[in-house]
Every structure is written in C-alpha cells, then in structure tokens.
Write a protein that binds this ligand. Structure first.
Ligand code: SDX
Length: 392
C-alpha cells in the first residue's frame, strides 16, 4: 500500500500531482488523512482536529487546537455589506449557487493577497476562510427560507456553531441534540479530503494561476455542485423519494440503471477510484442505523436504500463493473434524519470538504507547483486552405 508512484515526466502539465495529504487505495477500500485511517479519525477525533491535521499535517496538541479555535473566532464576522449580495438572490436560488457566489465575493472584503510561503500569512488565511465559509454556507439556508441571518457565537465550539447558525431562532439558542451533533461532526470528518477528486483538482488548478484562496475555493464549490460529484447526495434522496412515490419497487430502478438507452444512473453508486466499498459509506451506513435508532426515526426511505443496495451488490451488472455504494449513498439519509433539508446536502459536503480544499491549495502553492496546463490529443481537421464565402 505504500508503494511509490512513478509520475510520467510530463506530469507537470497533466494536472496530476504529488501530494502528502490523503492516501486512498481504490482496490482495497483504504482512506487515510496524513497517514491516519479514516476509521480511527471518525471514531476517535473530531472535525476541527481533523481539519487541523489535514491542513497542517499533524494532529494538534490541546494548546494548538485551542489556539486554532480561538484564531478562527477572530474571523467569524462577515462584512455586513455581503447581505446586499444575498438580498439580490431569488428565494428559489440553489444554495450551492449562492455559496459559490458569496465565497468569491469574500475576496472583495478580504483583498489581501495570501503569501502562501509565509507561514503566518497562510495560517491567518486558513483561520479566516474556516470562519467565514461556515457562516456564509449557513446563510444560504437562511436566505432560501426567508429567515434572519445568524451570527457565529464565539462562546460555542465550531460544529455546535453550525447548528446555531442554521437553526437558531431569535427567541434563543438552538437546543443541540448530542446525537445529532456527534453525527454531523463525524460526517464532516468523512468528507474532509479525498485526494484529487473533481472539486479538489479544480481548486488546485484555479489556485495554480495564483488566483486567490477565496476565488479558488469558490471554483471548488461550483465543481462539487454537479450531480456526478457532491451533488449526488441530494440526487440520491431525490431518487429514493421517486422510487418511494412509484410504489417502492427498487427492482424497476435497478433495471433502468442497467438500460444503456436510459440515462438514469443509480445515484450514490460507483466511483472513479473505489472499485471496492467506499470506506466512508460503511461508516456512514453504521452511523445512519445508530442515529435513526437513537432519534426513533423510522424512515421508509432507509429501507428502500437497503433493498437497493442489497440487490445491486448481488446484481451481475453492478458486480461486473465494481459498482458499490459511495460516500453519497447514505449521507443524504442521515442528513434527512438530522433535519437537514435536501437542498442543503451538498452544502454540508462543502463545509466538510473545506479543510481538504484549503490543504491542497496550500500544498500546491507552498510546493511552487507550475500553472496547471493539461495537454490534449488533437483529433480535429488537418491543415486545410481557406474557403471564400462563395465556396462554402
Ligand atoms: C463523489 O472522486 C472522488 O473522490 C469523488 C468523491 C469525493 O469524496 O470527492 O468520492 C465524491 O463524487 C462520489 C461519487 C458521487 N456520484 C454518484 O454517486 C453519481 C452516480 N455514479 C456515476 O455517475 C459514476 O459511477 C461516477 C461518475 C461516480 C464514476 O464514473 P466512472 O468511474 O467514470 O464510471 P464509468 O462512467 O466509467 O462507468 C463504468 C460503467 C459504465 O457502464 P459500461 O459503459 O461499462 O457498460 O459503469 C456504469 C457505466 O454506465 N456505471 C453505472 C453507474 N456508475 C457507473 N451504471 C449505473 N449506475 C451508476 N451509478
């Protein structure tokens, strides 16, 4: 599992890269952040610690994590003029579109160019985006529901603040259910990084032109939005709800997913790299069972998901193509049980993935990676003489 990978000499242009952040083995279903297994981190750590690990390379000491949390608190106020941008969106706007816009807009209010090679500068930029991104991400939910925007409470821990920012009413603090809090913290850990996936590669590519951190992260949000990537967690729930509405016949949808003439795909199944079980899906499935039991939620959608999974894992088409449930298959079910609205599922993914995006952007800049410039295989017309209008 630790065999060195030989990069082709052209790798500098191909968009692939060397990274010391996340190791995954798609055949063995192994995922590690900075050498620590995802199973250990999900079980024994918490999201802010994992964010520190992913970004700075080591699990923090008690002093370091307290300093990190306090330094984030220095940057949790978002410029009030940002509200003018939010007011400009229609209520039916998708939260991911609002988030991509607000993240890029943060550049206008934080114009200082990040000198990634200066540790102090980079550390301040990390704390700033960790604070402000969480706030604007929850503002997307408040906006589409017409609720007043909440402010970060510097007396509360980071993930508790997510719940306050999302659900706190003017009447007083939101009552946090420890089961919900623990599940959300674990979900954020499981999403923290995943080597060179579509959105992370986008962040590295945009950042390689020395575009700013906020602009690069905004590009990552846009890439994550797609239903083939982070948008799949919302698409899974919409698919399960459609199956439920259609009488709960999972078999019918399995057949659709196998029909070459039908564009329908089983959302939450398959992966560019994992040709085995996605280790995160295993952990989330177990957490979903525990959370629904502890919350006393009997969600028929969960039964449909389990039927679908059971059938697909025995189905020749899926087995032959190594199609297993991925991180998005169960995450939507647990988010729904936790009271997170469907349209916010991919924003949840973005909040969890932020530390990975930041870590990869930092690594790319500190390593002075060249500007990303993938090449192509040209398959177009050979040289040909110009045609005058009357010859066309
Ligand atoms: C994420 O890269 C990452 O790390 C991403 C991610 C992260 O943490 O950042 O892990 C998060 O994006 C997870 C993936 C979420 N997406 C979905 O669940 C959408 C549904 N999945 C598919 O769209 C698909 O599986 C992909 C996009 C995820 C992967 O596509 P691949 O590897 O390019 O697979 P493929 O298109 O080459 O398919 C191989 C075969 C094809 O059939 P044949 O042409 O060989 O006959 O498998 C079929 C595909 O049609 N296939 C599916 C399928 N996925 C692939 N058939 C039905 N349902 C599916 N979901």
């Amino acid at each position: 599992l630790t065999g060195a990978i030989t990069l082709d000499p052209g790798y500098k242009n191909s968009g692939s890269c060397k990274s010391a952040i996340t190791f995954l083995d798609g055949e063995e279903g192994v995922l590690r952040y900075r050498g620590y297994s995802i199973e250990d981190l999900a079980e024994k750590s918490n999201f802010l610690e994992v964010a520190y690990l992913v970004i700075f390379g080591e699990l923090p000491t008690q002093t370091q994590i307290e300093k990190f949390e306090n330094d984030i608190r220095k940057h949790t106020l978002v410029n009030e003029e940002m509200k003018g941008i939010i007011d400009g969106f229609p209520k039916h706007a998708h939260p991911m579109g609002i988030l991509a816009s607000l993240t890029c807009a943060l550049t206008a209010f934080n114009p200082k160019v990040v000198n990634a090679e200066c540790e102090k500068d980079m550390y301040e930029a990390v704390c700033k985006i960790m604070g402000k991104f969480l706030v604007v991400a929850t503002w997307t939910y408040r906006k589409i529901n017409g609720y007043p925007l909440n402010y970060y409470d510097n007396t509360m821990p980071y993930v508790d603040n997510f719940l306050q920012l999302m659900f706190k009413l003017p009447t007083g603090p939101y009552k946090v259910n420890p089961v919900v809090l623990n599940a959300i913290d674990k979900l954020f850990i499981l999403h923290a990084d995943h080597e060179q996936n579509c959105s992370t590669s986008t962040v590295r590519m945009v950042g390689s032109s020395h575009a700013g951190l906020f602009a690069s992260i905004s590009a990552g949000v846009s890439a994550l939005w797609g239903p083939l990537h982070g948008g799949a967690n919302q698409a899974v729930l919409e698919m399960l709800e459609e199956i439920q509405k259609d009488g709960g016949d999972a078999n019918k949808y399995l057949a659709k997913a196998k029909d070459k003439n039908d564009p329908f795909r089983l959302m939450g199944f398959g992966h560019r790299v994992y040709k085995n079980f996605d280790p995160r899906a295993r952990i989330i499935k177990k957490a979903a069972d525990e959370v629904l039991a502890e919350l006393g939620v009997d969600d028929p959608i969960l039964k449909i998901a389990k039927d679908l999974e059971e059938m697909a894992l025995k189905d020749e088409y899926f087995v032959a193509r190594n199609l297993y449930p991925n991180v998005d298959f169960y995450s939507g079910i647990i988010y729904r049980a936790l009271g997170i609205p469907t349209e916010m599922f991919t924003v949840m993914f973005a909040i969890g993935r932020l530390p990975g995006w930041v870590a990869q952007w930092k690594e790319m800049r500190v390593n002075k990676e060249p500007i990303g410039r993938p090449r192509q295989v040209y398959v177009g017309e050979p040289l040909r003489p110009f045609k005058e209008m009357n010859e066309r």
